[in-house]
Every structure is written in C-alpha cells, then in structure tokens.
Design a binder for this molecule. Structure first.
Ligand SMILES: Nc1ncnc2c1ncn2[C@@H]1O[C@H](COP(=O)(O)OP(=O)(O)OP(=O)(O)O)[C@@H](O)[C@H]1O
Ligand SMILES: [Mg+2]
Length: 258
C-alpha cells in the first residue's frame, strides 16, 4: 500500500495535533509521502508584514513579496516542524520542497493572473522513490520550480494529487480542519464523482474545499481512493468523506478535468 497524506495548515500549526498526526501516518501500512499546506500561517505572516492577502476562486494570489513569505513559511518553518514531529517520535523523515531536485515542476497558473501561483506540469517520482526505498518519510512543501527556475506557489492539494499520480499511490488522505465534506452541517460519508462535481457547481463546497474536491475528483478518476476529513481518517479511512477511484488513468482524468 502506497499513500499520500496531505495535511492542511491548521493541522500543522497545532503542535499537539501534529504529534498525533505523525504517529498515525507512521502507523499506516506500507509507505507514505506527506505533503503539507500552510494557508492560514502564510496569511497570518502576510498580515504581520502588512502585505495584502488576496483570493480568487479559493486560490491565493501571490505577489513577489508574498512568494518570499510563502517559501519561508512553507519550505522553511512548517516543513521542518513536520519533520521535527516525525524525528521526535524516532521516525526518520526528510523535508524537501517541490524545488528540491526539481521534484515538482510548474508553470504560472491562469497565464500568470494569480501572480506567482503555479500549476503542476510534472512530478519526478525518482527522488521520492529513493527516499522511500531508503526508509525515510518524505515531507514535501508544495513550493515548486517554475519554468525559469523561480519558485511558484502551488496549492498543496494539487501538489498532493500530482505526487500521488506520479508515484502510483493507492490512497490519498486529505487531512483538513473539518470532519469531512459538509452539506448543511452533516458529513457526506461517500461521494460519487458526479456528486462531488455537483457540490462544487452548486456552491455547497466553496473556497479551499472546492479546490480540494476538484483535485480529489482527478485523483479518484485516476484510480486513487481519496478520503477527506480530520485526523481520524488516518485511523479509519471511512471516518470522513470517501471518493472511490475509477480506472481512466491519470492522463485521461486530467484531460476531463481541464
Ligand atoms: N461544504 C464544505 N464542507 C467542508 N468544508 C468546507 C465546505 N465549503 C467550504 N469549506 C471550507 O473549506 C475549508 C478547508 O479548506 P482549506 O483550504 O481552508 O484547508 P486545507 O486545504 O485543509 O489547508 P491548507 O489550505 O492550509 O492546505 C474548511 O475549513 C471550510 O471552511
Ligand atoms: Mg487548502
């Protein structure tokens, strides 16, 4: 079993929660790659530095200063806190970003309309496979390498999806600050692909959750089983919302999604 675990910023910011999380990741059967976000922490630092925080369709607009803050917060502080949490438990982990070894290659999203926000074009599986083969837990910050070598800010759910596709993961866990995909306060236990799309179109899933569902849909179409919820999904895959995989293959799935 090969898993990709994406942890949202809220989970990473809370030290006690993070300890529990890494314990559960370490207990998963088979190998796991961790990809982390950090949206709220980036916003908090932008505010401290009096930089504007701008959003469009749930995606962060990233100017030149915001890009520096994003790289410092995600690839620097947060990445190493996840690594620390693993190491504190005696589990060897190596923190890298999408820039290291050109792991995640991206191009400016929406023709550059979102500033230095990237969309993924390629993930190199070899670095992750080498780390996993040597017994290290890779911990990935989604800051990625742009076409001119400059960093681009990639949404962590999107990075996780492409990492999952590149390494042929069986499961993707999207650990967030909500117990699952909610409709009128209730967790939706199971979503079909059409159901997930409808939730986004009808505006039931908004902002970060709409982004997450779009990525989850592509992953599910590519044959990856996806769970969305809080840390409990690591102990029980069905504790939140589950999307089942189909078998269109990742290339076909991405074509349909675009
Ligand atoms: N229908 C919905 N069900 C659940 N959450 C929803 C829904 N619609 C919108 N949301 C919002 O989506 C948020 C989760 O996405 P968000 O991008 O904020 O977190 P994340 O992806 O886990 O973390 P990060 O962006 O730091 O990686 C929830 O906190 C909630 O406010
Ligand atoms: Mg998010």
């Amino acid at each position: 079993m090969l898993s990709v675990v994406k942890v949202g910023g809220a989970a990473v910011s809370d030290a006690a929660g993070l300890q529990r999380l890494v314990q559960d990741v370490a207990a998963l059967s088979g190998n796991a790659v961790v990809v982390h976000g950090g949206g709220k922490e980036i916003s908090a630092w932008q505010e401290r530095l009096e930089l504007p925080v701008e959003w469009r369709d749930g995606l962060r607009v990233t100017g030149p200063d915001a890009l520096r803050v994003t790289a410092m917060v995600l690839s620097g502080w947060m990445n190493k806190r996840v690594v620390q949490a693993f190491e504190d438990r005696g589990v060897t982990a190596v923190g890298i970003s999408g820039e290291d070894g050109s792991l995640i290659q991206a191009v400016p999203a929406q023709g550059g309309a979102l500033g230095a926000v990237g969309e993924v074009v390629r993930v190199r599986p070899d670095l992750l496979e080498a780390l996993l083969g040597a017994g290290f837990h890779p911990v990935v910050s989604p800051v990625s390498r742009g076409p001119d070598g400059h960093p681009l800010n990639v949404n962590a759910d999107e990075a996780a999806l492409h990492v999952a596709a590149a390494i042929g993961a069986d499961r993707m866990y999207l650990v967030s600050d909500v117990p699952g995909v909610l409709d009128e306060g209730e967790v939706l236990r199971e979503l079909t692909l059409d159901g997930a799309r409808a939730l986004v179109e009808e505006g039931v899933a908004q902002g970060g959750m709409a982004v997450k569902l779009r990525q989850a849909l592509v992953a599910a179409r590519a044959g990856v089983e996806v769970a969305i919820g809080d840390g409990r999904i690591l102990r029980d895959f069905r504790a939140g919302t589950v999307l089942h995989g189909s078998n269109e293959g990742v290339a076909g799935a991405m074509e349909v999604a675009s």
